[in-house]
Write a protein that binds this ligand. Structure first.
Ligand code: SF4
Length: 253
């Protein structure tokens, strides 16, 4: 019989959640988004920094306030509102199509029916929609039923998670949600995981940059084992006798 892998709860996580929560004065408003809002937001936000993604989503919803408007919209008209959004043409084509599929499946333009599905079944339905990735589906499920234990981690959110040592070194992106859930307090549910996921995105966007993290101003500095490393000069020159020298570059995580 295969021995299950077990990980200890990481006692830093409640404090990490508390600190990243303070980066979100608007977090309560965000939590009032419905699962359908989160689906469309997630589609638009994919590949965008969090700070730009909400502005793009708001611009689209100002132009098309109701879901019925969005479903009827021509892809060209939707694309015109998605200025600067990666793969805008493909996303604009996907929005009416996925809304039509949802209406056909649930009889109306709502994802409330997800709450009656098993998590796996709901996840499968969401990822069958055009351009909806595993990460977007997980973020939608965190808005559809408070008792689900789901977590979305994209490549930007993964950066601070890895540097904080909240996952196994070298673990693939697809393994991070499970590893993080295993290290989290058992009482955590969708609200905590959604907060952590959004918080990591915000930390990645504002402090934990790929090339040069701004650890000095990061609220997680005192909890992060990488902070000291990144405070060092960007490269160490190692001198050898006879005038030969080489540079040892640090990995960016
Ligand atoms: S302290 Fe530095 S490395 Fe750690 S999460 Fe913050 S910015 Fe990233």
């Amino acid at each position: 019989m295969q021995t299950p892998l077990t990980f200890a709860i990481d006692n830093r996580l409640p404090e990490i959640l508390e600190r990243v929560g303070q980066l979100f004065p608007q977090r309560k408003a965000r939590r009032q988004l419905s699962a359908m809002d989160q689906l469309i937001y997630g589609l638009i936000a994919h590949g965008l920094p969090a700070s730009v993604a909400m502005a793009s989503y708001r611009r689209l919803r100002m132009a098309f306030p109701s879901l019925a408007d969005l479903k009827r919209a021509r892809p060209g008209a939707l694309q015109a509102e998605l200025i600067g959004v990666p793969a805008a043409a493909l996303k604009a084509a996907a929005i009416p199509e996925l809304l039509a599929t949802i209406e056909e499946a649930f009889g109306q333009l709502t994802l409330d029916g997800l709450e009656r599905m098993e998590t796996e079944q709901a996840h499968r339905f969401l990822t069958s929609l055009p351009r909806i990735t595993d990460e977007i589906a997980a973020s939608v499920l965190s808005f559809a039923g408070q008792e689900r234990t789901v977590l979305s981690v994209d490549k930007d959110a993964a950066r601070p998670l890895r540097r904080l040592g909240l996952c196994e070194p070298g673990a693939p992106l697809s393994a991070l949600p499970r590893q993080l859930i295993e290290r989290s307090p058992v009482e955590w549910r969708s609200e905590e995981f959604a907060g952590l996921s959004q918080g990591m995105l915000r930390v990645a966007d504002r402090f934990c940059h790929q090339a040069k993290p701004d650890c000095a101003n990061c609220p997680l500095r005192s909890l992060c084992p990488s902070a000291e490393e990144y405070a060092q000069p960007s490269a160490t020159v190692v001198s050898f006798p006879f005038g030969k020298a080489t540079q040892r570059a640090r990995t960016s995580g």
